[in-house]
Design a protein around this ligand. Structure first.
Ligand code: GLC
Length: 764
């Protein structure tokens, strides 16, 4: 079906975003990807028989009727940028959208659509699909038609708002989105974004929603495998975490916790008393997350199936019969989450899990997998959603499911922030869930892929994302279900990357060796402990980043171009965590040193304390237990002493780790870590100025109904600062070696009361 080029619709959203639609309708299309309140009424409606020009400073839009080309330009302060492109019919009729780019432009985004950091010269299919252990390049579990263009001066992005399957081809001068299907009443609906990367993501969040604030425990280290097959085994893993002093916040129950893989059941023998197990885990400070697959076993007498039939919740075939596919439980039927009443139905079953103490829901196989183990085309299946063909709904299925899980939390655990982990997703998922990138493998290639995916997902509006740490399967294709060869070095490097990823979970396949922090011998255990503990040390900083993400849409982990769009030489394995931490991942076997170019400014090497100048290239040594990590000079990094879990860590106190420069600043935020909309919190800001070897610091507290459990704080400064004056009193520091944290430095540590005030730190 060709695009009916009848009406041209245009709206401006704020200063740096506009939306252009072409098609038969006079209103914009809506979908679950967009925030519910976004108006469907365009500000301008025009006929495509003529060319058009509109302007709303700083944006200008022009459309040429001859070849359906457009130019959107943006000019503000010193930023000038434009996006040009055209809409055309493919051979065979379906439309396509081409976006132009210059030779030196760098394209990013599209979530986890393909490997590689850049989306130039890349091919991908934008359709949610089980990749079968990443069998084919360019297939992914999730879909984000959100593409960025960075050039030496600025950035711009487009969001092609359609749930329909697309093929993407990023060539050398044009990036083209080809529709694989298209219907008579469909239109081409495109959002354009300009400004700096933070402004682009803020606008994108206005359109598709802000990321939700997860419960604090979701930011900790999580342990999983397919599967811990009994309560005894789960408890054993928890005990070992504690024995080995590995902080841990969650353990996952994969499909074996169920009876015959029946969703919302527990195995009567192996999980006979789940409530007791989850209570014991809670006592150890560990939450339990359970997998929930959408495929419901066809079995008479099984309540989810029987009730589902009674309430007519399952997807149908064209002839009206319930569609029966095959997943883990054998013959299975699929809830039609696109219907509100079905989402209510499904949400109500979550109570079964929550009552037993489950606190996180892991939505898997929600691409959805319809015929497991078969080489089939999901779009050819005779499965319908409320009268709509599968290809129209498939890409949104997981978002609808997440909405239903969210409702389950709201109904049965109303005082808690939901934790939903999803494999499949479409734009907008950030409002409800964290995303992991599915069945990767334990290979060096997929270690790199982890970083590439997280960076591109972060730019696609999904800050809370990650990959299976250590790798999940044994390789591409169905044989990936076996994994035999342990690579200890790979595991070490993966932990060194994973602890900085927003979502941090170890997980492995069914037929695999054990993959816990202690399963690779003493050396790797020590590396695991070092980095997992460092994750918890950085937790106050990370939590602040998650809070900021939920208010602004900014990512946690950022590609260098996010902060430095003008960078010409990008060291590809360098990335930022917030603005102030800069890390390099070691991605090659045997690599014991690395060449990297630091971005502008001054940076402290976290482990050696050395101060390095930006815009220069360095060789940094990377022994197996160390990766390059830098802190921006001028950072007062809020940190904490690692404890057994996130909650204990944040309750243990606040340590300002100060990396001096002329101006120093930092921010600290704390709340109860679980209330859905936290309006009770505690904040402290740190401002400092360094003058002639003295450091003048102002600490400012802001209390909104939340009082931290500690009343003293620590300030850590480089060795040499040996007195502090606070309210007329002299305070002497303790000299502390940070060797046990893997840092080859000694610092001066000052103990101060937790309150607002001015402090002078002196070197004498
Ligand atoms: C899928 C998931 C994987 C899980 C397995 C069994 O392959 O991606 O994480 O362990 O199913 O449930």
């Amino acid at each position: 079906m060709k695009l009916k080029k009848e009406n041209l619709l245009l709206s401006f959203y704020g200063e740096n975003c506009c939306r252009l639609s072409l098609g038969p309708s006079k209103t914009f299309p809506s979908s679950i990807a967009l925030v519910p309140k976004l108006s469907e009424k365009p500000q301008h409606v025009a006929q495509v028989l003529k060319s058009h020009k509109w302007q709303k400073q700083p944006l200008k839009v022009s459309f040429q009727k001859e070849n359906f080309s457009f130019e959107i330009s943006y000019s503000k302060n010193k930023q000038n940028n434009q996006i040009t492109g055209r809409i055309f019919d493919q051979v065979g009729g379906y439309p396509a959208l081409a976006i132009d780019f210059e030779k030196n432009d760098r394209l990013m985004g599209l979530g986890a659509a393909a490997s590689g950091l850049w989306r130039n010269d890349t091919k991908a299919r934008l359709l949610n699909i089980d990749t079968v252990f990443y069998r084919r390049e360019g297939e992914a579990y999730s879909t984000f038609p959100f593409l960025w263009k960075f050039n030496s001066k600025s950035s711009a992005a487009i969001f092609l708002h359609t749930p329909l399957p697309l093929r993407y081809e990023g060539g050398t001068s044009e990036a083209v989105f080809y529709f694989e299907r298209f219907d008579e009443n469909d239109c081409l609906d495109i959002f354009f974004f300009f400004g700096n990367p933070a402004e682009i993501l803020a606008s994108y969040a206005k359109i598709t929603g802000l990321p939700y604030l997860p419960p604090l425990w979701a930011l900790g280290f999580h342990q999983s495998r397919w599967s811990y097959k009994s309560e005894k085994k789960v408890l054993e893993i928890a005990k070992k975490m504690r024995e080995h002093s590995i902080p841990c916040d969650a353990i996952y129950l994969d499909i074996h916790y169920m009876q015959d893989y029946k969703v919302f059941t527990f195995h009567p023998k192996n999980f006979s008393d789940p409530k007791k197990m989850t209570s014991q885990l809670e006592e150890m400070g560990i939450k339990t997350v359970a997998i929930v697959d959408p495929g419901v076993k066809v079995e008479h007498g099984y309540p989810v199936y029987e009730e589902g039939l009674k309430h007519d919740v399952f997807c149908k075939k064209k002839n009206g019969d319930v569609y029966v596919g095959k997943v883990w439980p054998g013959n299975s039927v699929f809830p039609d989450f696109s219907r509100e009443e079905v989402r209510h139905f499904w949400a109500s079953w979550h109570d079964v899990l929550f009552r037993k103490g489950i606190r996180g829901i892991w939505n898997d196989m929600n691409d959805p997998v319809l015929q497991i183990g078969k080489d089939y085309d999901p779009l050819e299946e005779d499965i319908w959603h409320n009268g709509q063909a599968h290809y129209r709904v498939r890409n949104l299925y997981a978002n609808y499911e997440a909405l239903s899980s969210w409702e389950g939390f709201e109904r049965y655990l109303p005082g808690e922030r939901p934790f939903i982990l999803t494999r499949s997703a479409f734009s907008g998922i950030q409002r409800y869930a964290a995303l992991w990138t599915g069945d990767n493998h334990s290979s060096w290639e997929h270690l790199r892929l982890n970083l590439e995916h997280v960076l591109n997902l972060s730019l696609s509006g999904v800050p809370f994302c990650g990959a299976d740490i250590g790798g999940f399967g044994g390789g591409p294709g169905i044989r990936g279900i076996f994994k035999f060869r342990k690579d200890r070095e790979l595991m070490a490097r993966w932990l060194e990357l994973g602890y900085l990823m927003p979502f941090f979970r170890m997980h492995t396949v069914l037929y695999s060796y054990d993959q816990e922090p202690w399963s690779f011998g003493e050396e790797i255990l020590q590396i695991a402990r070092k980095y997992i503990r460092r994750r918890y040390r950085f937790l106050p900083y990370l939590y602040l980043l998650f809070l900021q993400a939920s208010k602004t849409g900014e990512p946690i982990v950022r590609p260098l171009l996010y902060e430095y769009p003008h960078l010409q030489d990008v060291t590809e394995n360098l990335f930022l965590v917030g603005k102030n931490l800069l890390a390099a991942a070691v991605l090659e076997k045997g690599q014991r040193e690395m060449e990297l170019t630091l971005p502008e400014g001054l940076w402290y090497h976290y482990e050696t304390g050395e101060l390095l100048e930006g815009n220069k290239t360095y060789r940094i040594s990377t022994p197996i237990n160390s990766h390059p990590l830098f802190v921006r000079a001028g950072t007062a990094l809020p940190t904490a002493e690692p404890m057994r879990n996130t909650y204990d860590t944040l309750s243990s106190g606040l340590i300002w780790d100060v990396f001096p420069s002329q101006n120093i600043s930092g921010e600290y935020y704390l709340d109860d870590g679980k209330s859905p909309s936290p309006n009770q919190y505690y904040r402290m800001v740190f401002y400092g100025k360094e003058k002639k070897g003295e450091l003048e610091v102002t600490l400012k507290e802001e209390k909104k109904g939340y009082e931290p459990s500690f009343d003293k704080i620590f300030v850590r400064l480089p060795q040499g600062y040996n007195t502090a004056i606070f309210q007329g009193k002299e305070i002497t520091p303790r000299l502390v070696s940070l060797q046990s944290d893997g840092r080859d430095i000694r610092i001066s540590e000052f103990l101060l009361p937790r309150r607002s005030g001015k402090i002078t730190f002196k070197k004498t």
